[in-house]
Design a binder for this molecule. Structure first.
Ligand code: FAD
Length: 317
């Protein structure tokens, strides 16, 4: 939305905004906690409040056509884009394309955690969507793997919903999340943080019953005799995000295989002329304020590529 608005402000006449979901706003819609907008709006908002400020501006701008439930499925280097909307496969030839497709979550299989494969193991962001948007609580006793911001926020969220959070298990020596989240989400709720520990096995047949935890040394090797078990019926896995760049790859752009981000010298640029990537698709951001800042820049970069000229006040479009 920030990119679309900035492109319009820089003189682009027609902007088509495609969103596969039924709402605009992306991940913000499920982030009902405060902590958004301190830099951009100089006030503390929840995710949906932050998104709403942009949705209103987008709706008021008649040069932005919004198409919801519209899944972009193909992109060529010549900026031909195909998307599926209910009942139709549409094709557009764009002057410039900005990909703001966000991230997907790393899963249990990617760490990997040995043991059986019972129900009750969820990516933390998916659990957040279930709790905050569907009103569905995944279990009664939870262990969280990974102490990035999503893991920390979900520890507090589950505790607030009456789930007993047995602990957050982090293999590194320090949390990867914001200090304020360690304090407000764990310390304030007396949730233990097991640093330099890992889950060595998940147990349970149909449903998770317990996890084995072991301490690791500086080389991340298990410390003999340090293992213990925690009973739980739910494991939330919060072990990082992977930028969604399959469309970019399809268009033939150079992708850094390690980070799944576009290879380019400047933020928002890709190796395909006229195709830009912004927000979490370009790099994983901690704060939405910086996503807005850099995505606005992406809108201006696209306008410059198109040779657009901003309207002067009083001049007809
Ligand atoms: C759990 C969590 C907590 C956070 N807490 C904070 C916080 O407290 N404060 C803060 O400032 N920031 C926080 N952040 C970070 C911030 O919210 C995000 O970095 C930012 O909102 C990402 O925006 P984005 O537009 O890049 O991606 P997203 O919000 O992921 O949006 C991507 C959009 O693209 C759509 N899409 C993807 N592929 C396609 C396709 N092929 N066709 C059509 N549509 C597609 C998706 O449906 C989605 O709507 C948090 C993030 C998470 C996940």
């Amino acid at each position: 939305m920030a990119a679309a608005l900035a492109a319009r402000a820089a003189g682009v006449r027609d902007v088509l905004l495609l969103e596969r979901d039924q709402h605009l706003g992306g991940i913000l819609n499920q982030c009902i906690h405060p902590g958004f907008g301190l830099h951009h709006f100089k006030e503390e908002l929840t995710g949906p409040q932050y998104a709403d400020r942009f949705v209103r501006q987008v709706r008021e701008d008649h040069g932005i056509e919004v198409s919801l439930r519209s899944f972009a499925v193909k992109l060529t280097k010549d900026r031909e884009l195909s998307y599926l909307r209910p009942g139709a496969l549409e094709q557009v030839k764009a002057g410039a394309v900005i990909l703001a497709t966000g991230c997907r979550e790393r899963t249990r299989e990617m760490i990997p955690i040995p043991g059986s494969r019972p129900a009750g193991v969820y990516p933390a962001g998916l659990a957040q969507k279930m709790v905050n948007m569907e009103g569905w609580i995944p279990g009664k006793e939870a262990v969280i793997v990974g102490s990035g911001d999503i893991g920390l926020i979900m520890a507090r969220r589950m505790a607030l919903e009456g789930v007993k959070v047995k602990g957050v298990v982090e293999i590194q020596a320090a949390s990867r999340g914001l200090v304020r989240n360690v304090v407000q989400c764990l310390e304030d709720f007396s949730i233990p943080l097991y640093l330099r520990h890992r889950i060595s096995a998940i147990h349970g047949r149909d449903r998770v019953e317990r996890v084995s935890v072991v301490r690791v040394d500086d080389g991340l090797k298990d410390v003999p005799g340090s293992g213990f078990e925690m009973d739980c019926d739910t494991v939330l896995v919060s072990v990082g995000l992977i930028p969604e760049n399959e469309l970019l790859e399809m268009a033939g752009a150079d992708i850094d295989r390690k980070t799944n981000t576009p290879v380019a010298e400047k933020v928002n640029l890709t190796s395909v002329p006229g195709v830009f990537a912004c927000g979490n698709a370009c790099r994983v951001y901690d704060l939405v304020d910086w996503v807005t800042r850099d995505s606005s820049l992406a809108g201006r970069m696209a306008a410059e590529f198109l040779g657009a000229v901003p309207e002067r006040p009083g001049e007809l479009a």
